[in-house]
Design a protein around this ligand. Sequence first.
Ligand SMILES: Cc1ncc(COP(=O)(O)O)c(C=O)c1O
Length: 378
Amino acid sequence: MNFEKYPFEKLSLLLADIMPNDKYEPSVLTIGEPKFETPQFIQDELKNSTALLQKYPASAGLSELRKAMISFVAKRFNVNLNLNQIIPTFGTREVLFNFPQFALFDKENPVMAYTNPFYQIYEGAAKASRAEVIYINLNEENNFKAHLSDKELKKCDLVILNFPNNPTSSTMNKEELVWWVKKALEFDFILLNDECYSEIFFDEKNKPICLLEASIEAGNKDFKNILVLNSISKRSSAPGLRSGFIAGDEKILKDYMKYRTYVGCASPVPLQKAAALAWEEQSHVEEFRKIYKKNFELAKEILGIEIPEATFYIWLKVNDELEFTRNLYKEKNIKVLPGSFLGRAGLGKNYVRIALVENEEKTKKVLLRLKEFIDEQK
Ligand SMILES: Cc1ncc(COP(=O)(O)O)c(C=O)c1O
């Protein structure tokens, strides 16, 4: 299968012949992996549950895990789900790869649309599904908001949105998502929003909304054609716990559940026990948010950027993203990700993605060095 090289592999090749300036400590701002310790209570639950390794995990997940996830959705988004409207998953990456294959399997000429630039698994899933792809381009002209024409929407079988967005940090408000829900009903396609970054926000009065809220607002209370994904990886600084969920249209999820029993990606029971606690608990998430907020305040002060509503990425406009990335590594020993590695058809060109996933002290140091580099280029 003709999968693209992963962005990090492309980056290694881009930087392979460069000797970085060893006057500075290496700084890696490329990967969206929080660098904070997973909270102790989550680790303790995992350790205390190891006896349960004796059991095969059920694909449907422990009911306590489903309940914890349902409670998270209710508290955070004011959306009440029943037990058939949610499936615990092994992180969200596996879902993003296998759900399109499930959803498009019966289509003769499957068509899938997704935001561009994007998390590369969407593209792998489209290839594995032999789907024609329609890019939903996010650029400065459209303020990084998703839009397609009716002519394009009519062709779609599956649309993946990703708001809050990786890598552009843009968000869509309720009204804008209601528009998408209505289109999913009008043209009868599945609409899925990848909401992995919904909990990394900075203003309590302006939190990212969930596509399920928009569905209710649109009068689609049983979530026909509508699904969301969320994950504990960024929210709880626990990407190794592999806990996510897919929620929404009960009819689609019933068939998808059957499919998943064959995929065999059920999460080990001790991981599920720890994840259940993490989904229920909110205060640790608030603490992480404070760190990300502080990091962005520093970025605003030092680089003069606007603080986005959500995510931990800076989508920084530069002249030539490849040259910028190479020179920054050479002169300041800082690695960032060229935007063009994350987009297709020219999207992401002239941008780099910078992940602010370190503590305040490290972030301040590296941002000052980055600013020095930018000033030296002028
Ligand atoms: C947009 C987006 N979706 C999904 C994922 C996958 O996260 P996980 O499988 O850890 O839930 C990531 C991880 O970086 C991501 O950036």
